[in-house]
Design a protein around this ligand. Sequence first.
Ligand code: LLP
Length: 409
Amino acid sequence: MSTFDASVLRQIATTHGTPVWVYDAATIRQRIADLKAFDTIRFAQKANSNIHLLRLMREQGVVVDAVSLGEIERALAAGYQGGGDGPSGIVFTADLLDRATLARIVELDIPVNAGSIDMLRQLGEAAPGHRVWLRINPGFGHGHSNKTNTGGEHSKHGIWHADLPLALEVIRERGLKLVGLHMHIGSGVDYSHLQQVCQAMVELVRRAGAPIEAISAGGGLSVPYRDGEPRIDTAHYFSLWDDARRQIAAHLGHAVHLEIEPGRYLVAEAGVLLGEVRATKQMGNNHFVLVDAGFNDLMRPSMYGSYHAISVLGAAADAPLQPSVVAGPLCESGDVFTQGEGGVVLTRDLPAARVGDLLVFHDAGAYGASMSSNYNSRPLIPEVMVDGAEVRLIRRRQTVAELLALEAC
Ligand code: LLP
């Protein structure tokens, strides 16, 4: 959990208003350093695709994954490039190629991590010789919620493991160039499932004999959202993959490059959402604390029942606690930050919060801003980067006029 100086957060709220996202650059650098043993760290930018944050990644030697035309353009704006030798600045991962994205990928020579055989066919037709990865669904998956499990037969993701020979045949037929195999079984995955993936990768290569230069461990690494939750032992995780890589290299008779593709792990703990309490009320037995941020800003609690630690800025450590339901301004009952899976409303023991207090939603740097929407015609909120003593606005607040302008047709 990032700890910002309370006076810095107060100053940011005064300067930029609330709600506002705040990120700590030092935490991001630390999380990158945790994974440095991997040959390549590829940031899954869907977790947070602010261009300034991508620039920070690039300065640290981290490359990126893109999953849409918009993410490709963001990566380019941050200074990444498509083609070239070595680990490509951008790899495009998806289960389908829309026509506009396919054209841009070919133009920029961006390697594609293909999640379907149809992608291979279409790419081969448009650009023989194009470099491809194969995203393989190993037949099992896991996630912090069913919605983030990306493996097994109920998932739409990846090429089914038994179809690898067919994929290799299409690659040969269409003159594509195979770079590597990739597996990503889900997001917020527990450690026992993560560990199974390396073995699945080794067995797959042995069985299908794919002529690869590289393997990717995908992402999925969880972070401690609750007090006392353990952090993944990244050195141990690397050693498992390093061992898998050695077995594959021995089988193929040449060295194999090892990538990892985390999103959450690099940025979740670096970010907070800051909101102001604007009303409190008692509803029967429940004490409600209403803030100016809603699920259009931080969607994870409403979408997955996710837990984010909440604190009242500046509250004394020994302040008496009050069971509170923390909710937002949206005209929808599910706009509650303290809820479990299935939408059950929960209370959280918090120091008594009054109108005007600032609430901090912790560990919101991943899948926070990037999943925000304009629901209830609420403009996107600003993002601020704190880097040591420097505090920098990295996205300004959207205006209502900008929202309306889209419809001026
Ligand atoms: N690689 C691929 C192909 C992915 O689909 C994803 C995430 C990642 C890497 C990065 O996964 P991570 O390391 O962040 O777990 N909105 C959800 C998470 C959805 C993840 C989708 N794919 C949440 O807020 O928890």
